[in-house]
Design a binder for this molecule. Structure first.
Ligand code: ARG
Length: 464
């Protein structure tokens, strides 16, 4: 019996009278995708072994053998010489089997007071914690790139839109700062999610805990967890922390997707507000003139798959009775793909946004075309004593006349403007200009260049 594990393929096969079919083996195995958890599996095993030793369940010699064996396995995996076997089902059994081959009985003692159920939950949490830290760093890089671009464009006037119709002038820096706000909230959301990820499941064993005198707090400290999962059934079965991560990922991708949509629009020759560096675009195999914004388009498309992964995990969880079920093995591919997609997307966007070429003349011309200072004229009349609704009507009439003549409001002379209200004087032109309009919005959150600069300074301080 003691030698069964090294002779038979499966760690649990002693219970069975026939081997699993090839098809079932492939169907149930996860090693092809969960092997990326290997560094975390080793880290978790070392912390577990250290604890077993500390409470007297593992000898000094066995602990040493396990650490040496694991160091060797780590090296083999890094060099690519480790032989992964489908027969050994998953990352955990592959590593444990190799350890046993290398160090004998010490390797077999490692699984004392542990199950793959609490082991895998621990591995995912360790991996996810690292992933969240990587994403956090990239979100800061992206915000810095946006802040630099916003700073250079704190005076660049563009049309602000509602319903994709020219609404009121804003400065481009203000528009960019809207995205800085979104990505700052995303950063907070991931940091908050991390708190619930960073708890230790080990010790829950299969589901009920273990009869050995384990020290979970010690393992938690060794692995840098903030504490232990309080309930063993919950510890092995719930993946809400992974779902929460996917929800954070969906939101950050949604923000990236909205930005992408705008980049595509702004880069369209019809609009021509910006240009993206050539290295983020591709040409057409048939139309020689084309320069297509592939990166933003793909990011917009990939948002769909990240949203899909969120729904996949929610659906995976919803029908599961307590405690662990094999369904949970299906958590990994959506989770890994979500992380890879978000990380690659943020990395590219941090680089791409730093190199956006702004065509200020085109932005300005568009802002000067759509009667974007009509609200300013109405506000002017209100300041001169007209009720807002009457002012709105007077300006609407002025816009109609200007539109008929094919000019913008500032092109009407004083006599023409006074036809709509005799409260209008020469000073009206100061607020009908684009500069006057943006400068007037000088409260916190407004588009006045001085306010945009202040917002940039606050955001920089937050990131410092
Ligand atoms: N590979 C499994 C997973 O990813 C962990 C093993 C648990 N298996 C089991 N038979 N209890 O969830």
């Amino acid at each position: 019996m003691t030698d069964q594990f090294s002779k038979k393929a499966e760690a649990w096969s002693a219970r069975f009278s026939e081997p699993v079919s090839e098809l079932v083996k492939r169907y149930t195995a996860s090693v092809d995708f969960d092997k990326r958890l290997a560094p975390y599996d080793i880290e978790g095993s070392l912390a577990h072994a250290d604890m077993l030793h500390a409470v007297g369940l593992l000898s000094e010699d066995d602990l040493l053998a396990i650490s040496n064996g694991m160091a060797r396995i780590r090296g083999e995996i890094e060099q690519g010489s480790f032989r992964w076997s489908l027969d050994l089902e998953d990352v955990h059994l592959n590593i444990e089997k190799r350890l046993t081959d290398l160090v004998g009985d010490a390797g077999k003692r490692l699984h004392t007071a542990r199950s793959r159920n609490d082991q895998v939950a621990t591995d995912i949490r360790l991996w996810l914690r690292d992933t969240i830290d990587t994403i956090g760093g990239l979100l800061i890089q992206l915000q810095r790139a946006l802040l630099d671009l916003a700073e250079r464009n704190a005076d660049t006037i563009m049309p602000g839109f509602t319903h994709l119709q020219v609404a009121q002038p804003v400065v481009f820096g203000h528009h960019l700062m809207a995205y800085v706000e979104m990505f700052a909230r995303d950063t907070e959301r991931f940091a908050d999610c991390r708190k619930r990820v960073n708890r230790l499941p080990l010790g829950a064993a299969a589901l009920a805990g273990t009869s050995y005198p384990i020290d979970r707090e010690r393992v938690a400290r060794t692995l840098g967890f903030d504490g232990v999962c309080e309930n063993s059934l919950d510890a092995v079965s719930d993946r809400d922390f992974a779902i929460e991560f996917c929800a954070c990922a969906s939101l950050v991708m949604t923000h990236v997707s909205r930005l992408s949509e705008e980049l595509v629009l702004w880069m369209s020759p019809r609009v021509g507000f910006i240009d993206l560096a050539d290295r983020f675009c591709t040409g057409s195999s048939i139309m020689p003139q084309k320069k297509n914004p592939d990166v933003p388009e793909l990011a917009r498309g990939k948002t769909g798959r990240v949203n899909g992964h969120l729904v996949a995990l929610l659906t995976l969880m919803k029908g599961q009775p307590l405690a662990y079920n094999k369904d949970n093995q299906e958590d990994k591919e959506p989770l890994f793909d979500t992380a890879d997609t978000v990380i690659e997307t943020l990395r590219i966007f941090a680089d791409m946004m730093g190199g956006v070429q702004v065509r200020a003349d085109r932005m300005r011309a568009a802002a000067a075309e759509g009667f974007s200072t009509a609200t300013d004229l109405a506000d002017y009349l209100v300041r001169k004593g007209l009720p807002f609704r009457d002012a709105h009507e007077a300006v609407a009439r002025a816009v109609r006349v200007a539109a008929d003549r094919g000019v913008d409001l500032p092109a009407l002379d004083l006599a023409q403007l006074r036809a709509f209200s005799d409260r209008i004087d020469e000073d009206v032109y100061a607020c009908l200009t684009l500069e006057g309009s943006v400068a007037a919005r000088r409260h916190v959150g407004g588009t006045a260049p001085e306010q945009v600069r202040a917002a940039i300074a606050r955001a920089r301080a937050r990131l410092a």
